[in-house]
Design a protein around this ligand. Structure first.
Ligand code: ARG
Length: 603
């Protein structure tokens, strides 16, 4: 694939219009161009003449006319078929069909579809996933995993460096609770012996199933039994102070848990570059605390060590950030502050982005302010909290199982797969293949259903709607790909080609200008690809990718119905339409990949 820098269509248009304004003595800023809100009249539209009219005390239509004429005569204006000044002062723009065809043709022949990041590449640490040791993944972990994975892929595609970190929760009271429960069950284990040397047996004293049973039980017990709770608190403190036996036990908990978590994330196609954990930053805490005290930032308030993070113009109250509890224990805020210290030290990133439940917004506000105030984070480091909303059931409350319990991720996925498999019952497919496809489609339903909403909003999980093969759903988009592939397969058979030959075959074909409205529409939306990527990357917004492929899919569907691609008699047109379909398929597949969704061969 060639790598050619292609200017974005919006940029080409803007530059042409700006130049016309400037050559008439108006400021460049009036050359702003947007997508038309009257697609029946034009494709793009400039409203700058209205603003210029105010400054220059002229009639807006007069200026629009002047600019339109100038543009018409300019070299850059040659990309337009129609340039019209209309009342009260709009400039309506429509691109030439030849230009669109050439542009999309070029996109198809370049790696990355002509996308190029204009700015300095960022170095991003992306904190997503956030599972906790010894707790199974449940629906609450779905959103940070899916959204984070997609943001990672989008940012990488846009040319930024991304280090994805799972930031495992492994260091608080839950560990003490598990250790306490294990101690009650198996007091004979060597870990509780004072003389324990630290050599721990390979075999863990529990399986993941037992571990997942132990934790919730211990948690309930600690709420009902004061003595039990104190034991757990003590165990937590001993662990944090490095007790050998407890450390060995904690390693077991970690091993068993991480193996299971990795399996589960793998199952949904989510992966991390780093498996760092809260406990990794324990080593930084003593010095960090001393420095905060010495610099006068940290002080004792009601027994705890805190940093005041209020600012003069605060509209709401921001409580101080607690660094150490009165018993000297580290908290969630302590590890998050120390984690930023470590990330700066290890990676010196430009941005740290957190994909975490939006209900943790205040926690991160306190943490961010603390690291900036104390100088732990450099002034220029961007700390970004991307808080996501809740996945609700149809009752508007956080999604639960039918029995009212917390839904495990594994179960949710198998329920969706079953639903899709039932829908595919009439397909003539090998059972094993069908099951594999059903899983791909089920995952797409789940991920797309989630990602197509703005992340910060709550949404309702609707199994029926998400798994539908029609409408704004993952399966519908996958189906568009499958449909294009089947057209191409027929063509391959007709020409006795191999799939692998398609690239070469189309390299010799050039798109001819659109002959139908639906073809033009499809090319127009494909040409907006780079603009969409820029937006999705700067706003960390997978939903922009979803909206885009939904539009592409709808345009393709209209194109497919309006044109008889394979029966077209004019060979140049037939090949051109096939190539357009081929490019469409590649772009949708790329976008699906950016969402962490696979496209099946058949469905
Ligand atoms: N484990 C945390 C939880 O379950 C989420 C971690 C998010 N990341 C972070 N750096 N705090 O709430």
């Amino acid at each position: 694939m060639r790598r050619v820098v292609m200017k974005k269509v919006s940029v080409l248009i803007k530059e042409a219009v700006e130049k016309a304004f400037v050559s008439l003595g108006y400021d460049k800023k009036y050359g702003m161009v947007g997508i038309s809100n009257r697609p029946d009249l034009c494709q793009y539209q400039c409203n700058g003449a209205m603003a210029a009219a105010k400054e220059f005390k002229k009639a807006p239509l007069f200026i629009a006319d002047e600019v339109a004429d100038k543009l018409q005569l300019s070299e850059e204006g040659k990309i337009f078929e129609k340039i019209e000044a209309v009342n009260p002062g709009f400039i309506n723009l429509t691109l030439k069909d030849e230009f669109l065809a050439d542009y999309v043709n070029e996109m198809g022949e370049t790696g990355n579809f002509g996308y190029e990041n204009g700015g300095e590449p960022k170095k991003i640490v992306l904190d997503y996933g956030g599972p906790n040791v010894a707790k199974p993944l449940h629906v609450g972990h779905l959103r940070p995993a899916i959204i984070g994975e997609s943001i990672k892929r989008i940012e990488r595609f846009a040319g930024n460096e991304v280090i994805g970190d799972v930031h495992l929760g492994d260091w608080g009271l839950p560990m003490g609770l598990i250790i306490t429960e294990v101690r009650h069950r198996h007091p004979e284990l060597p870990y509780f012996d004072e003389s324990f040397t630290g050599e721990y047996p390979k075999e863990a004293p529990f399986t993941i199933e037992e571990l997942e049973e132990i934790y919730p039980l211990a948690s309930i017990k600690s709420k009902e039994d004061e003595e039990y709770k104190n034991e757990a608190l003590q165990a937590t403190a001993l662990l944090q102070n490095g007790n050998r036996g407890y450390m060995a036990l904690w390693h077991h908990i970690l091993d068993v848990s991480v193996t299971d978590l990795k399996k589960n994330y793998h199952n949904i196609n989510v992966s991390f570059d780093l498996w760092k954990k809260e406990s990794d930053v324990q080593v930084y805490i003593p010095d960090m605390v001393e420095k905060m005290k010495a610099d006068g930032f940290a002080y004792i308030s009601e027994g705890a060590l805190v940093v005041d993070v209020t600012k003069e113009d605060d509209k709401k109250e921001i409580p101080p950030c607690i660094i150490l509890k009165s018993d000297g224990a580290a908290l969630y805020s302590t590890t998050d502050v120390a984690t930023i210290l470590e990330r700066v030290k290890l990676f010196n990133p430009t941005d740290i982005i957190y994909v975490v439940d939006k209900r943790q917004g205040m926690h991160f506000e306190q943490v961010f302010r603390t690291v900036k105030k104390t100088g732990i984070a450099p002034e220029e480091l961007n700390l970004i909290f991307l808080g996501f909303g809740t996945m609700n059931g149809k009752d508007g409350k956080p999604f639960k199982t039918r029995e009212g319990g917390v839904m495990r991720l594994e179960r949710l996925i198998s329920e969706i797969t079953e639903e899709v498999e039932a829908k595919m019952s009439d397909r003539d497919m090998d059972e094993e293949v069908k099951h594999k496809v059903a899983k791909q489609v089920g995952l797409a339903a789940l991920k797309y259903g989630d990602l197509s909403n703005q992340a910060s909003k709550d949404y309702v999980f609707d199994l029926e709607r998400f798994t539908s093969f029609e409408g704004n759903t993952g399966p519908y988009i996958q189906y568009t790909v499958v449909r294009i592939r089947s057209i191409l397969d027929k063509f391959i058979a007709e020409k006795s080609l191999n799939k692998a030959d398609l690239d070469n075959f189309f390299a010799d074909i050039k798109l001819v200008k659109a002959a139908t409205a639906s073809e033009r529409e499809l090319e127009l939306v494909l040409a907006k690809f780079s603009d969409m990527i820029d937006l999705a990357a700067t706003e960390f917004a997978p939903h922009k990718v979803c909206a885009y492929i939904y539009e592409v899919s709808n345009c393709f569907s209209a194109f497919y119905h309006e044109n008889h691609i394979l029966n077209e008699q004019d060979e140049a047109r037939k090949y051109s339409m096939l190539k357009l379909s081929y490019i469409t398929e590649k772009i949708i597949v790329k976008c699906l990949d950016l969402l962490g969704i696979e496209a099946p061969e058949r469905m």
